[in-house]
Design a protein around this ligand. Structure first.
Ligand code: DGL
Length: 266
């Protein structure tokens, strides 16, 4: 493995930039190639077959550009397609579900964990399965929050309507007594404050983006494949509207975006 090769990160759209942000924080020497499938987002209401097909195309694209590993930043892809993707490729491929589940199990005190995500992620039960594989006696409460993605994309991170929607989605989790909640979607860290304010203040939120960047560091260091200083570029490829990606992406990445190229996969 070429240690100075880039890490490939992909998502259905913009949201995976929260993962890029975390990777840049913990691994500042790494180069990253980010792929956002902006022409076909959202994945959260699509079937496993479709999501797996799209993801295969993206992984092939990233591998053609010489990435040393792939981080599947999208929770929906991680839930529906990760096993198939891993089977077909020899480079390390990690998703966000297992790292998020591991972090939640470490944090919970009452063994009752909440999971929120897109409809596809919640229906797949991927988080529940991963959590139970780590610790079998957990209680798990889940809630699909499909309106959170469009609210974040619209920039409504502080609007009263967003708070009202969060209260409706999250009240059952609060009432059930969860002490830890996994933010099981790339967009949710952006509205962390709203989510926290609708839950009891003692409830801990798990940001899968942070958990996956720690896992990335662990894998690269185990393989002795951490980049040397001086290689830290970020190049982005999208399948539609690169300019919109640059504008909105800043909110997710926490800094200005440049080098966004438009590509077609078919
Ligand atoms: N990236 C997706 C996820 O983390 C959210 C957006 C979508 O539905 O495609 O589940």
């Amino acid at each position: 493995m070429n240690r100075n090769a880039p890490i490939g990160v992909f998502d259905s759209g913009l949201g995976g930039l929260t993962v890029v942000h975390s990777i840049k924080q913990s691994l500042p020497n790494e180069s990253i190639i980010y792929f956002g499938d902006t022409a076909r987002v959202p994945y959260g209401a699509k079937s496993a077959k479709t999501v797996t097909h799209f993801s295969r195309q993206i992984i092939n694209f990233l591998i053609d550009r010489g990435v040393k590993m792939v981080v599947v930043a999208c929770n929906t892809v991680s839930a529906l397609a990760l096993t198939a993707l891993k089977k077909q490729n020899s480079i390390p491929i990690i998703g966000v579900i297992e790292p998020g589940a591991e972090a939640a199990v470490k944090l919970t005190r009452n063994n009752h964990i909440g999971v929120i995500g897109t409809t596809a992620t919640i229906q797949s039960d991927a988080y529940s399965t991963a959590l139970k594989n780590i610790k079998s006696n957990l209680m798990i409460s889940t809630a699909a929050c499909p309106l959170f993605v469009p609210l974040v994309e619209e920039g409504w991170t502080d609007e009263p309507v967003s708070l009202m929607i969060a209260e409706i989605y999250l009240k059952p989790l609060s009432d059930n007594g969860v002490d830890t909640v996994i933010l099981g979607c790339t967009h949710y860290p952006i509205i962390k404050t709203i989510i926290q304010s609708t839950l009891h203040s003692s409830v801990k939120l798990v940001d899968s983006a942070e958990a996956v960047s720690e896992k990335t560091a662990e894998i690269l260091s185990l393989k002795d494949a951490l980049s040397e200083p001086g290689h830290s570029d970020l190049t982005c490829y999208v399948t539609d509207l690169p300019q919109k990606f640059e504008e909105l992406g800043e909110r997710f990445l926490g800094e200005k975006l440049a080098n966004v190229a438009l590509v077609q996969l078919d």
